[in-house]
Design a protein around this ligand. Structure first.
Ligand SMILES: Nc1ncnc2c1ncn2[C@@H]1O[C@H](COP(=O)(O)OP(=O)(O)OP(=O)(O)O)[C@@H](O)[C@H]1O
Ligand SMILES: O=C(O)C1=C[C@@H](O)[C@@H](O)[C@H](O)C1
Ligand SMILES: [Mg+2]
Length: 172
C-alpha cells in the first residue's frame, strides 16, 4: 500500500456496502472509520432527509466538501463516503490527493434488495424501484469510475471477502 496515500475512501451508489465494508476493513487494518453521513447528521442534529428538506441539497453538498477536505490531515483513516461525494470534482481531487479511492459496485437488483426498507435516502424516496436505481446508477457510473483507483464488485461476496480483496489489491 502506498504509505503517502494513507486514507482509504470507499465510494459508490447508495447501498453498495460502503459502511459495511469500512467496518470490515477496520477489523483487518485497525484504522479508524469516518462515516461521512453519520458525522454530518451528528453535527447538524437532524437526519439527512431533514437536512435536504430544511436547507436544500446544495447545503448538504457543501457540508460534504468541507468534511472531506478535513480528512487528509488526520491519521490513516477508512472513509465511508456519502453516495454522492464522487459527483463533485473538487471532492475527487481531494480524495485522490490523500488516499486510495475504491469504487464498490452492485447490480440495481442487489441495491434494491439492500435498501428497499429504508426511508433515509432522500434521493430514493418515492422512487424505490429497480428501474429508477438503474437509471440513476448509469448517470453516476462514469464519475464513480473516473474517481476510482480500483473497482470492486460486491454482489454475492461476503464482507470479509470484499475487505480482503480491497486490501490485497491496494497492496499490489
Ligand atoms: N456484501 C454484502 N452482502 C450482503 N449484504 C450486504 C453486503 N454489503 C452490504 N450489505 C447490506 O446492504 C445494506 C446497505 O449496506 P451499507 O449500509 O453498508 O451500504 P452503503 O453503501 O453504506 O449505503 P449508504 O451509504 O447509502 O447508506 C445493509 O443492510 C448491509 O448489511
Ligand atoms: O447518493 C447520494 O447522493 C446520497 C447518498 C447518501 O449516502 C447520503 O449522503 C445522501 O442521501 C445522498
Ligand atoms: Mg453508508
Amino acid at each position: 500500500m502506498n504509505k503517502e496515500k494513507k486514507n482509504i475512501f470507499l465510494i459508490g451508489f447508495m447501498g453498495a456496502g460502503k459502511s459495511t465494508i469500512a467496518r470490515a476493513i477496520k477489523q483487518k487494518l485497525g484504522y479508524p472509520v469516518v462515516e461521512m453521513d453519520e458525522r454530518i447528521v451528528k453535527e447538524q442534529g437532524m437526519p439527512i432527509s431533514k437536512i435536504f428538506e430544511t436547507y436544500g441539497e446544495l447545503y448538504f453538498r457543501e457540508l460534504e466538501t468541507k468534511l472531506i477536505q478535513s480528512l487528509n490531515q488526520q491519521e490513516p483513516t477508512i472513509v465511508s463516503c456519502g453516495g454522492g461525494v464522487a459527483m463533485r470534482q473538487e471532492n475527487v481531487d481531494c480524495m485522490r490527493d490523500g488516499g486510495s479511492v475504491v469504487f464498490l459496485t452492485a447490480t440495481p437488483q442487489t441495491i434494491y434488495e439492500r435498501v428497499k426498507n429504508s426511508t433515509d435516502r432522500p434521493l430514493l424516496n418515492g422512487h424505490m424501484n429497480v428501474a429508477y436505481i438503474s437509471e440513476l446508477m448509469e448517470v453516476r457510473r462514469p464519475k464513480y469510475e473516473a474517481a476510482a483507483d480500483i473497482l470492486v464488485a460486491t454482489d454475492g461476496k461476503t464482507k470479509e471477502e470484499i475487505a480482503e480483496e480491497i486490501i490485497g489489491r491496494l497492496e499490489e
